[in-house]
Design a protein around this ligand. Structure first.
Ligand SMILES: Cc1cc2nc3c(=O)[nH]c(=O)nc-3n(C[C@H](O)[C@H](O)[C@H](O)COP(=O)(O)OP(=O)(O)OC[C@H]3O[C@@H](n4cnc5c(N)ncnc54)[C@H](O)[C@@H]3O)c2cc1C
Length: 397
């Protein structure tokens, strides 16, 4: 059996970007990518909003802020270079109530601290950009864009294969064992051996870390994001990307309107606890996944602190009328009949035992491995930069 220099577990955008960055580092490196599904990007990456975020929301100096902003530029450059459909259409964040205005001020300030071009908008300027939106004031962030991240992944896979990388689909990692100076890897597609392993397993990244003998400092808790889609005749209600002012203590952005690169317009996502890590429907339950969350003290601490917001999200999940009411705060014209359900996604969010969500990207080191233990939004945007950052941390061969 030949020994690979690096094995990347996970064929989402982070794993493929890491493998691509490693393949660029040194010609001739033997790189293996293991993905359990039959195609790339079947989970978070293929079920997201397709936004190339600007980096406005994040704590200045954090990895999310730095890699997000740089990632915005490198993702756009990558798409240009490889002819992938994308558009830098900008976005507007809209305050619809007086009490949101101080939060909009803070967001404006944060955008400037993060080095972004941010334009303050009055009511009329909001309407100029988005004629159907009713807002008191807004922010325009011109660098935000849209893309199909599954297409980006297909391109990464093509480039890795061109450099001789070994890409395996239907190869789920089952076990890892130290074997002298290498790791013996057991998968659903047979056994492999590697000198170093990089875990980019998204919703399963904490479990893969434990298989490698590394105790991750946080547990993955799955939060489903459910979407509706505007019917084709109502798509003209939205020109670009329309967001509310996010709740300052809640990690998600609030339901919003997103024009996708294929012309569809998504409304959502909300954020509800999923009873299965890859549970895309409300009725999906996996006993192991569910029990792990229920027995994790961090979950109950988080729930206690977010009863109100959590409850609102649950109501929005079960009641289309409540979902529509949230959307009408932005576009009063939108009616229930204008919206049809669209595919949901599930976010892999790392949660600490003290009930705090891990805010930043988190990379944990093991003796012969590196584990991307928290890569929530904007990790698709930042993926090229995350790939470079991870490649810079693995030992030279
Ligand atoms: C609803 C939603 C909306 C979002 N919107 C945006 C957005 O607009 N812009 C943005 O930048 N980000 C967005 N994000 C976040 C973004 O999608 C993620 O940060 C990013 O896709 C993470 O990529 P990943 O490769 O880490 O995870 P994933 O895409 O989930 O990939 C992990 C892969 O690992 C594989 N895997 C797991 N376990 C194993 C195993 N044992 N063996 C082999 N393979 C395994 C899985 O099958 C999967 O393919 C959104 C996320 C969601 C859920």
């Amino acid at each position: 059996m030949s020994v690979s220099d690096f094995t990347v577990v996970g064929g989402g955008i982070v794993g493929l970007s890491v493998a691509w960055a490693l393949s660029e580092r040194q010609p001739g490196l033997r790189i293996l990518v293991l993905e359990k599904e039959a195609a790339w990007a079947r989970h978070q990456t293929g079920r997201n909003s397709g936004v190339i975020h600007s980096g406005i929301y994040y704590q200045p100096g954090s990895l999310k802020a730095r890699l997000g902003r740089a990632g915005n530029q490198s993702m756009v450059a990558f798409c240009r270079q490889h002819g992938l459909p994308h558009e830098v259409c900008g976005k507007v964040i809209v305050a619809t109530q007086d009490q949101e205005l101080p939060l909009l001020d803070r967001l404006h300030q944060r955008g400037l601290e993060n080095g972004l071009e941010v334009r303050r908008l009055g009511t009329a300027q909001v309407r100029e950009l988005e004629p159907h939106v009713r807002g008191l004031q807004g922010l325009q962030v011109p660098s935000t864009g849209i893309v199909n991240y599954s297409q980006v992944c297909a391109k990464f896979a093509e480039l890795i294969a061109l450099r001789g990388g070994d890409l395996r689909l239907k190869a789920g990692l089952l076990g890892i064992r130290e074997s002298g100076s290498t790791l013996a890897i057991e998968t659903t597609a047979g056994a492999f051996e590697t000198r170093f392993l990089v875990n980019c397993a998204g919703l399963h990244s904490d479990r893969v870390a434990r298989l490698a003998g590394v105790a991750p400092p946080a547990r993955i808790v799955p939060f489903r994001g459910e979407y509706y889609e505007l019917t084709p005749e109502k798509r003209p209600l939205v020109r670009g990307l329309i967001y509310p002012v996010p709740h300052p203590d809640f990690p998600f952005l609030g339901v919003h309107f997103t024009r996708m690169i294929d012309g569809r317009v998504h409304a959502g996502p909300n954020a509800v606890l999923s009873l299965k890590r890859e549970g895309y429907h409300r009725t999906d339950v996996n006993l192991r996944d569910f029990a792990e969350v229920m027995l994790f003290p961090g979950f109950w601490r988080l729930a206690a602190r977010n009863v109100r917001e959590g409850w609102k999200e649950m109501v929005r999940s079960f009641s289309k009328a409540a979902f529509v009411r949230s959307l009408q705060l932005l576009i009063p014209e939108v009616q229930s009949d204008d919206l049809v359900p669209a595919d949901a996604g599930v976010r892999a969010q790392a949660l600490q035992p003290d009930g705090k969500l891990v805010d930043d990207f988190l990379i944990v080191r093991g003796p012969r491995s590196l584990h991307v233990c928290n890569a929530p939004s904007p990790a698709a945007t930042a993926s090229i930069e995350i790939g470079q950052a991870v490649a810079a941390q693995v030992p030279a061969n």
